[in-house]
Design a binder for this molecule. Sequence first.
Ligand code: ATP
Ligand code: MG
Length: 256
Amino acid sequence: MAMARSENNPDRLAERLERAESRNQAKAADLLGQLQLAPADQGPSGLGIMGGTFDPVHYGHLVAANTACWEYNLVGVVFVPSGRPPHKRGKVITEQEHRYRMALLATCDNSQFFVSRLEMDRPGYSYAIDTVKNFAAVLGPRQPLYFITGADAVIEILAWKNINEFFTYCSFIAVTRPGFDLGGITVEPQLNPIYLDNIECLEIPALAISSTDIRQRIAQGRPVRYLLPDAVHDYIANSQVYAPAGTAASEAGFEY
Ligand code: ATP
Ligand code: MG
């Protein structure tokens, strides 16, 4: 008997993407609409901002966003794929439309998640401070903003030149990530100590998954299924976005 296989019909995949895009627009409008109202007592409030390259998006990102959303009773979390990340200058990153589509597919079935094209559509390098300022302007002062990052990223961010300005717009939720020690956060001399209380450490279920490892596995022909949502897996298989040069991966199936 044939085993259940991943979706590989290009028409079905195109339909799935179209659905994800229109659902994303509806969710964004709904969540931003809720956020523009004053928060009700005890009700959810605030927006989580999950920045990243998402090359590709995986369960580590989704668990981080979902745990933060639940623990802090947020209205929702926006995933913001970076256009041209300055810290990845000189590295090859996947074309942004692919990264955006994968993020759309990964978040489609969660009514509290949406994806923003903000950094992708902004010319020049993508700076998180511009993103946070943008959401602060859209939402006004009544709703708190939380920048959600893994332990590796928060350590880098705290060393930024404009870190104090960042804290005037948002707090940080620094989630645990295997291999990176949150206890090792060092207080950079430029960080004003009044902002230390605005860094919340959040323990999440440990997932030793990284996009770099996923790309390497694909390049080596090893499986990545169950490290990321099936819809993203199908997209990768079908578009051959990471297929090693010279392979006919999309014809050969999906078991990267
Ligand atoms: P790469 O290996 O290409 O850097 P990545 O897996 O680190 O990819 P990014 O897009 O760089 O993914 O990460 C976006 C954000 O998600 C960062 O704040 C990162 O720390 C966090 N993050 C990524 N993977 C995990 C994970 N497994 N657990 C917790 N946080 C994670
Ligand atoms: Mg990373």
